[in-house]
Ligand binder design. Structure first.
Ligand code: HEC
Ligand code: HEC
Length: 352
């Protein structure tokens, strides 16, 4: 099977994160749809829209490192230098999670960046990486091991998608004891869903900023088509790593209903229901990860990676078979449905 192709040119990586609230550029400039004809039965598809790159030229001038940045929902403040330090996880809401182990808060130099910098202290994750809260600890260890060995790769083979490159670096460097501590910590944190799924055919024009979309401040509209666009309503809170901010995801009309069908009944004669393995409401079972309430663009990137067999870790075989039988419409549908489910496992429900 061919891999996904891209017609884009390599960008220059400039900084770990774009820190300016207003640094958005039109999606069309950086996520040009390279209409690649499928050579054989849908084997090659253009999914560049699923990997919004951090465009060069939008990084603000180096910010002052002395003044404190604040968020509307936290009494704390951090400097811009702290907010862009890969060896530090800014913790806006310490009350929302257990105390972080050192590896999650500060990582270990050289090469093991703080897990909490990207996946956030609560493990809620951001759309360009992954939610880790509530994943089974053994699954976390296995995935990092698979990323290290190269068995698990991203479906994106175009120019550098920096978050994944950095995760690979972490996987290559992390010590076994640190990984175990991080896995145990994230497995014990409850996942809060942070996304609202919106079915719509025409969307406000979107622009790429810091690995995610925002509404283009210049206005205008575009056709969603067969895409799932997850975007930050407040780009500044996204950039400052607010773990309470909610994202929105535009999906084509009818997606959630179709997704529910696939999740609960499968595709006749081809795919078992997702819930037969991921459990009712997709909250996960045993070592099989939960899907409920997680970022739909993350879930979709993984489905594509199983389909292209870029994700071929030790537990990937059943998912490769599932994804082979789904087309993009179905994958978007089921990712949208899963994202809208409550992430809480029944056993973790509070009792009153
Ligand atoms: C620089 C950002 C960054 C840092 C730091 C980072 N990760 Fe990741 N991580 C990512 C990205 C991006 C992905 C998604 C990879 C993909 O799409 O295949 C990811 C994926 C994962 C996954 C797979 C989740 C799943 O649901 O399958 C695990 C597990 C993980 N990271 C664990 C860790 C641990 C443990 C640490 C700290 C030792 C860490 N990460 C540090 C960016 C990061
Ligand atoms: C036969 C059992 C089985 C079925 C059916 C199944 N899954 Fe999975 N799924 C798994 C396993 C096992 C994994 C972990 C794969 C690994 O270790 O790499 C997984 C992983 C995933 C992941 C990656 C999650 C992450 O954290 O990165 C996604 C997304 C996913 N499944 C979606 C689905 C959807 C959608 C369906 C239904 C269309 C489905 N699965 C049906 C067994 C199954």
């Amino acid at each position: 099977m061919s891999s996904i192709s891209s017609g884009r040119r390599a960008p220059k990586w400039i900084a770990a994160a774009c820190v300016a609230a207003c640094c958005v550029v039109p999606a069309a400039q950086v996520a040009v749809a390279t209409a690649t004809a499928a050579a054989d039965a849908g084997a090659v598809q253009d999914v560049s829209w699923l990997f919004p790159l951090n465009p060069p030229g939008v990084i603000a001038a180096k910010p002052s490192s002395s003044s404190l940045v604040h968020l509307p929902n936290s009494l704390l403040g951090f400097t811009e230098a702290q907010l862009t330090d890969l060896y530090f996880a800014p913790d806006w809401h310490p009350e929302s999670h257990a105390p972080m182990p050192e590896i999650v808060l500060r990582g270990r130099a050289p090469g093991t960046y703080a897990c909490g910098y990207c996946h956030l202290p609560s493990g809620a994750g951001r759309p360009e990486n992954a939610a880790l809260a509530g994943l089974p600890a053994a699954y976390i260890v296995q995935q990092v091991t698979d990323i290290k060995s190269g068995a698990r790769r991203s479906a994106w083979h175009g120019e550098a998608y920096r978050p994944v490159d950095l995760m690979r670096e972490v996987a290559a460097n992390v010590a076994a004891t640190d990984l175990a501590a991080a896995a145990e910590y994230f497995a014990a944190q409850p996942l809060q869903t942070r996304v609202t799924v919106i079915e719509v055919a025409r969307i406000p024009r979107v622009a790429v900023m810091g690995w995610i979309y925002a509404i283009d401040p210049r206005g205008g509209e575009e056709i969603l088509g067969q895409r799932l666009i997850e975007w930050a309503p407040d780009p500044s809170r996204h950039e400052h790593r607010d773990d309470e901010m909610r994202y929105n995801a535009f999906v084509p009309p009818g997606s959630v209903r179709r997704g529910r069908e696939i999740a609960t009944m499968g595709v006749a004669g081809q795919v078992a229901s997702c819930s037969s393995c991921h459990a009712e409401h997709l909250q996960g079972a045993g070592l099989i990860p939960p899907l409920a309430g997680r970022s739909p663009s993350y879930l979709l990137r993984q489905l594509v990676a199983f389909q292209t067999k870029d994700r071929a870790g030790s537990g990937a075989a059943p998912m490769q078979a599932v994804a082979a039988a789904l087309d993009m419409t179905d994958m978007i549908a089921v990712a949208a449905y899963a994202a809208g489910q409550s992430p809480m496992r029944p056993s973790k429900q509070p009792h009153f």
